[in-house]
Structure formats: C-alpha cells, structure tokens
Design a protein. Structure first.
Length: 82
C-alpha cells in the first residue's frame, strides 16, 4: 500500500512542474526519507527529535501524509497550468 501511495506521490510531483523534471521527485523522495528517519528513528540516530508510537497502528499514518503531499502537488500543478 505504501509503495502504491508513494509512487502516486512521485508521479504527481513530476507532473506538477512545467518541465516535468526529475529533480522534483528527488526532492520529494529525500523529504520523505528525512521525515521518516527523524520521526521514527530519531532517538537511535541522535537526530535531536523522535516520536514514540502510541500503538503499532500509528505507522499507518505514513501513507496519510504521503497522500497529503500528493494532493499538494496536484494543486500546485493545476495552479501552474492556469
């Protein structure tokens, strides 16, 4: 499920830019990795901040913020095409 949502987010990131550059996807991917590594494993990596999951089901929130990022890219793409 996460792979499907993440792939959708990368496609929307690529099509949101006028020139359809790959660098938007690279930036989106690096942001995704940074958020996950700091939030989920920040204590182990001494990142300065970390979160403890209240329940194991809280990991399901990861696809939610990826979908929000995809929605933001859709909005950006529509605004650029006007």
């Amino acid at each position: 499920m996460l792979l499907l949502v993440f792939g959708f987010m990368l496609v929307t990131a690529r099509t949101a830019t006028v020139s359809a550059t790959i660098w938007t996807c690279v930036g989106a991917h690096l942001t995704f990795l940074t958020v996950n590594r700091v939030t989920l494993f920040g204590g182990e990596r001494r990142a300065g901040w970390s979160a403890d999951l209240a329940t194991p089901d809280a990991i399901l929130l990861v696809p939610v913020y990826v979908l929000l990022a995809a929605a933001a890219f859709v909005v950006i793409g529509r605004l650029r095409r006007r």
